[in-house]
Design a protein around this ligand. Sequence first.
Ligand code: DGT
Ligand code: CA
Ligand code: CA
Length: 573
Amino acid sequence: MMNRTVAMILNRVADLLEMDGADFRTKAYRKAAHTVEFLPEDIESVMNEGRLEELPGIGKNIAKKIQEIINTGSLAYYEDLKAMFPVDFEELMSVEGIGPRKIKLFYEKLGVRNLEDLEYAARRHKIQRLKGMGPKTELLILKNVRFARRDTGRKLLGQMMPLGKSLKEEIEKLDTVSKVVIAGSIRRRKETVGDIDLLVVAEDHESVMDHFTGLKVVEEVIAKGPLKSSVRIKGGVEVDLRVFNAESFGAAMVYFTGSKETNVELRRVAISKGLKLNEYGVYRDDTLIAGETEEEVFRALDMDSPEPELRENRGEVDAAFRGELPDLVDYNEIRGDLHLHTNWSDGKSEIHEMAKKAVDLGYEYMAVTDHFRSIWMDNGMDEMDLEKQLLEIESINEKFEDTKVDLCVFSGVEVDIDSEGHLNIESELLEEIDIVVAALHSGLKQNKYGLTDRIVKVMYNEDVDVLAHPTGRKILEKTGYELDLERIFQAALDTNTLLEVNADPDRLDLSDVVIREAVDYGCKLVINSNSHSLRDMKNMEMGVATARRGWAELKDVINTLPLKSFKKSLDLN
Ligand code: DGT
Ligand code: CA
Ligand code: CA
């Protein structure tokens, strides 16, 4: 049944029209959407029997649009309207108190395209400066953004990526399948994911669809067709699978990797060159000129290929066009992890176990940064523990030297920033320690200026090397505190303090958007796993992904340096 899709598109058309002020067209589309949504029969049969115009509120014009949706799965008129306002409509509409007109205003005045942008604008007090808005509206928006985020049904990338990978493996088992790719937001490594999108090349479509919809994890088959099927798997996660021929696969990857906003930009580029672009290929006068690989598709548009992590319509299409894409830090370029907790505080493993894992991961160095005790952390270490731990690290390093293990274990500690912006630990002790990680964990009910003051003050402490999870956000839980980021960036430059990209899938803090600003500002980053177990150490990948989404290059990330230059850059001996 196409009823839901048809109603959804008609409703969205009404929303988009409303952005230009409600008029009779808005009402007409709303009414038609309502009719279709509550229609007791299949809209497709109504169309086939030529009865569309008999339905209440459906005239000739809208009937034609419905036909187009049923026949093609999309609506050109809708795409055109969307292209005028490249915003994530559904997401923004889910915020209570936000309607089409506010969306238009925020987009035009502030460039707001999604929840993230909206929250950012509100926190930077950009909204209260707009006509007709005030501090109250802004506060309310912030609050409602938080609610909307919880209700989006989105899940953490850290949970969805392993799911996607295991589905991919299941489908690859089928003989007729020659290729499976995870596309969509997972391929872009977005911090939260709505649904999983799989693209497949196979000779025999039917067997793929049978196999997919029959998988053990599948709880409900939402739709099953020869080209596309959708299922719900355990945990309520939706999965779309689409089958393509090899000659279209690159175009399908471009299209279904998205983002939607990037797709709109790409289509614009194609049109400007007199070409047509869709999920099957690039066409000149209906002749296919590219489609088999992504590179080929981008080349046909005279562009370099932007890495999937960049495809959020944040200037990458233009950069690809000018040949000025960033040379992103790579997943295999990380040489050390500087934020690890062992069983000296709240971690699960011994130092030597984590060191072995670091070797397995190909690292040259790691830092043991257990918590120092504080009001917040009573199973943290005290001075005595720390002295003992230093000896243990020393002996591990000696053993590694004797047995020719190429890993340097740095000593370290994670210390709370207290209410005055001090670290409650003897400074002589701090001087003995290689890597000092400072973080806010308590006293968070201060305002923006107070919190920023504390952080900046601690950055001026010469012993501090890393500011950990700087904004304190927890994805899908809490938005993190308000900070004067520019002051923090400036302090990072002035004091050579590293800003952490915390790779914990719950945190990913700094976020991609802030990383981009920090990097533009010239700040240096360190990507850390913040592990509390051996398994956590693999989360590094999520941190690198986030840094890549923030356009970070090799030179921006300190822990890509080989041991010798790393030590030099941090003044370690
Ligand atoms: P998600 O699932 O919400 O985390 O985000 P995506 O990006 O995976 O979105 P999804 O699953 O709705 O669609 C996958 C890709 O397909 C999306 O990134 C771009 C493309 N796509 C889907 N719907 C549209 C559309 O209405 N217009 C355009 N231009 N592209 C679309
Ligand atoms: Ca998706
Ligand atoms: Ca999807």
